[in-house]
Design a binder for this molecule. Structure first.
Ligand code: C5P
Length: 295
């Protein structure tokens, strides 16, 4: 999944993820949501190019809706790694070629950050083990450790406790990203208000939470759909066009349908793109990944 060219630059593809199931167990004392979520990496990728050298970390993104510089999660990841290594003078230029939409609940930024951690560990010759990288990753963002493991996992806690799970062996996903970007922080904020009212604190007294073997669903839909009803109607459209099921990924705004065959997903994509609601959306076809990305 990565190539090191003669100049010592590394180029890697970092995938998107879908949450096939996301259950909110309650609010934690630290303000985060205690979750259990089944995630699967998919064949929709960004490209991350790393050029080690210099004393500074510089991050460039090729899209206006993705910040460059210190605000980018990849910059935070590189700084966190440098700090954990205790080697202050390390630098790199990092270029992001974005295909995964931002604000879509697809983990594009988290995947970029995980890829950068993995590659910088190599090009900076830090020799950190996977477990150490995962500790750094968990400080950068709740979904980042998942991308260092994968390609499928059940994640607990904030999402940072990753238990690898068998990847889906077949099926195709049709992703539909409406022209609205949702901030994870904002969506969880709406959920926090609701949970606060209902008083669902998380105590974790009943032992580790479990998911059924093929349990699908997303508890954040009931927070997001009333505010953005078009997402629910896009799910309805996916099912009408043959999806076995359709749901939202993570905190949205992307919804996706699961199809048995590629041809069925392609036909649905054509119809959805032609429809009034669908023509404003971006559509992507993707398959579940079978292999860990960074190794
Ligand atoms: O961990 P990450 O930086 O990706 O989280 C973004 C925001 O989403 C957090 O600031 C928090 O408000 C919210 N969040 C949460 N519970 C989680 C994960 C994220 O409340 N399990």
């Amino acid at each position: 999944m990565s190539g090191k060219d003669v100049s010592g630059h590394v180029v890697l593809k970092t995938p998107a993820k879908l949450n096939l199931c996301l259950r909110i167990l309650g609010l934690r004392a630290d303000g985060y949501h205690e979750l259990i979520t089944w995630m699967q990496q998919i064949s929709l990728y960004d490209e991350v190019r790393i050029e080690p050298g210099g004393k500074r970390i510089l991050v460039y993104a090729d899209r206006d809706d993705v910040p460059g510089g210190r605000e980018n999660i990849v910059h935070r990841a590189a700084r966190a790694l440098r700090e954990a290594s205790g080697r202050k003078g390390l630098g790199a230029r990092i270029y992001l070629k974005k295909n995964i939409p931002a604000g879509g609940g697809l983990g594009g930024g988290s995947g970029n950050a995980a890829g950068a951690l993995w590659a910088l560990n190599r090009v900076w010759s830090l020799g950190m083990r996977k477990a150490e990288l995962c500790d750094v990753a968990a400080r950068v963002g709740s979904d980042v450790p998942f991308f260092l493991r994968g390609p499928a996992a059940v994640c607990r806690g904030r999402g940072e406790r990753v238990e690898a799970k068998e990847a889906l062996k077949s099926g195709w996903f049709l992703l539909v990203k409406p022209p609205v970007a949702l901030s994870t922080q904002e969506v969880y904020g709406w959920s926090r208000q609701k949970l606060g009212r209902e008083g669902q604190d998380y105590e974790g007294k009943n032992g580790p939470a479990r998911l059924g073997r093929y349990e699908y669903g997303n508890d954040l839909e009931e927070i997001v759909f009333p505010r953005f009803p078009e997402l629910e109607s896009l799910c309805g459209m996916l099912v009408r066009h043959g999806a076995a099921r359709a749901m939202m990924s993570g905190s949205g705004s992307t919804v996706f349908g699961i199809f048995r065959r590629k041809g069925e997903a392609e036909r649905a994509a054509i119809r959805i793109r032609k429809s009034e609601k669908g023509k404003k959306c971006e559509c992507f076809l993707a398959a579940p990944l079978q292999e860990m990305c960074f190794q």
